[in-house]
Unconditional design. Structure first.
Length: 292
């Protein structure tokens, strides 16, 4: 059994994704009889265990016996949970300065199910507290906050374009993703009918093409990126066109109206790919295929 912490605001999407495997729900935490990944989970608790405790001190001791670093998810009994948390070693939650790597120290997660019962998982999917990747933000350089999605994706993947890599950025305007890629030293073909921010367009290695993302003919690239606003089925057709020409791909699947779970499953079915909800995503998922 795994426990899945739903991305904030997307509990219904997670429950639909997990389907009949769901056995219990505690706030945003969904327990399910499955070991598979869930795109709508901000974090996955692997093999959680229930621990009977006699007191606040006993609860903290039992957690410390398992490991040092813990993140509390409190959905009830907040005062008692806070007392146990205060008796545990403090865990740093300082924002990362991109491109620093993700934290490597194991970070477990726990919650109180009852005054005398803890649910705890020493091993979790995300190295960040509740999957919430925070960065030291740049409030002057990028033309939009979309850059945070790429920072988070590259940090989670442990892979990113390098100097000289050729990238296509579809739907680039105003240039948040192009700004990130240019800053990494990559060559970027930024495609959009709307213009890039002038400062981004002036970055070394950036070529601006004022065309439709859906009209440009695919060409050989090291990385294909898309943050285009379109229906998921149309994005899937775009990705299928680029798959033979792009070594690596990363796209935002934006849901306009109800969540299209069938389209999400179609993306997830592409061999070797990953589907996830980034902390900086809204009503959208990030799909990627890294073949480096």
């Amino acid at each position: 059994m795994n426990a899945y912490l739903a991305a904030d605001g997307f509990l219904d999407e997670l429950r639909t994704e997990l389907g009949d495997a769901v056995v219990a729900v505690h706030g945003r935490l969904v327990l399910a009889e499955t070991g598979r990944d869930a795109a709508w989970a901000a974090n996955t608790w692997h093999d959680p265990v229930e621990i009977a405790i006699r007191s606040v001190a006993d609860g903290a001791r039992r957690l410390r016996d398992l490991q040092r670093n813990w993140a509390l998810y409190a959905f009830t009994l907040h005062r008692r949970a806070a007392l146990i948390e205060a008796a545990l070693p403090p865990v740093s939650a300082r924002p990362l300065a991109f491109p620093a790597p993700a934290p490597e120290a194991p970070l477990g997660s726990w919650t109180l199910l009852a005054p005398d019962r803890i649910l705890a998982a020493p091993r979790c999917q995300s190295p960040f507290r509740h999957g919430e990747a925070a960065f030291v933000e740049d409030r002057e350089g990028p033309p939009s906050r979309a850059y945070l999605k790429l920072w988070e994706l590259f940090t989670r993947l442990g892979a990113r374009p390098g100097p000289g890599d050729l990238c296509a950025d579809l739907g680039a305007s105003p240039g948040g993703w192009t700004w990130v890629l240019g800053g990494l030293g990559a060559r970027v073909v930024a495609v959009d009918k709307a213009p890039l921010d002038p400062r981004t367009a002036a970055l070394p290695g950036v070529e601006e093409r004022r065309e439709s993302a859906f009209g440009v003919e695919p060409f050989d690239v090291d990385w294909l990126f898309s943050d285009v606003v379109c229906y998921p089925a149309r994005l899937l057709a775009l990705v299928e066109r680029w798959l033979p020409r792009a070594r690596n791909l990363a796209c935002t699947i934006k849901f306009q109206g109800p969540t299209d779970h069938d389209a999400a499953r179609a993306f997830a079915a592409i061999p070797g790919s990953k589907l996830m909800h980034l902390h900086h995503n809204r009503h959208e998922l990030t799909w990627c295929l890294v073949r480096e």
